[in-house]
Design a protein around this ligand. Sequence first.
Ligand code: PSV
Ligand code: MN
Length: 402
Amino acid sequence: MDNKWIENGLENLRREFGDEKVKNAIEAVKQFEVEIPSWTLGPFGGGRFGNYTPPGYAKNIEQKIEDAAFIYSLTGANRHLSTHILWDFSDDGMEGNYKIAQRVKTLCEEKGLKLGAINPTYFLTGSEQGSFISPSKETKKRYMEQTILGGKIAKELGNGILSLWFPDGSLYPGQIDLQAAYTEIKETLKKVYSEIPSDVNVLVEYKVFEPGTYSTTIPDWGTSYLLTKSLGNNAGVLIDLGHHYHITNIEQIVSMLAAEKMRCGFHFNTRYAADDDHAVEPNQEMARIFYELVRGDVVIGKNKWAYMIDQASGRENRVHALLHSIDSLQLSLAKAVIVNTAELENLRKNDEVILVNRLFNNAILNADVRPIVAKARWEKGIPIDPVKAYLDSGYQAKIEGR
Ligand code: PSV
Ligand code: MN
């Protein structure tokens, strides 16, 4: 990848998609921001393969921040670090602690990072019967308090984003009262929302299974939508790619939420079987999702949604996998931006069913947009190939000695 390769590539793309589209794609890639989660850098996801954890994984919050800052120095895209309250801001894994959050914020700032989305942790000790639907009053109270604390941290120390994912659900038909569970989570959410600063963007994530195998209390985007609508204007749906049944048209979910002008969020990853949480690949589905995000004008600018990579690298080195994911997201974004929308409209008007699909896929599937992403990086003054820069840097050997 040298300058000549970039310029020749850009020339080909300009010829096919036009100067304006290519310029816009470079700009979009430069501006796109995505958070990485602290827990992906740590031992999270281990336990399989005889407790194998990839060499060099971060053993404490300082190391997580060090790795995130290294990734940021190569990508310029992940200024914010997303944190989980009971993993990152707790002494005992039971309660959150504001003072620890303050310390983590300071540590982030010392490395040029910022605190990103705050995630209350509802799925550790004591959550076997759920969190907000737990029959144990103490458990439920503890989780409600943690949520309110999360709202305060998001507002005062973070970037105003609070992401909620609940493990509530059931394993067997008849185990819980499904209607009561829905009502309980709805009413409890309303109570905590009223105590969260009104400008905090509260995102409610859904998941069709896990840990519930028969039911989860918030199984799909419709449920999330109903719940967040009942809360207020600053609540929105959080989509995670791996949380759907197979073949779900996820980009259509994006299109509807964008059309509703809801402030939402997206957790990126790749899945083959279920919620695999693999690193992001630049596949067609991802590019189609980005097409709808771009179409909804929620990727950059004042209406942008909250974006995070939610992956757990079981085999692959953490830093390597996250760099690969950011690269994949930028490629997918570039493909989405260069779609020839004017010609798409013309073909639609003429009901050219096949031609419209071919035109769409010229960008989404066939275009080599690597020169766009490389140019964006070159203009930002960062390595044009961050994965190679990491491999050449000796950073992996360094962290394996930590
Ligand atoms: C749940 O599977 C999830 O997607 C939620 O976003 C959690 O916060 C995250 O993964 C980590 O467990
Ligand atoms: Mn998620």
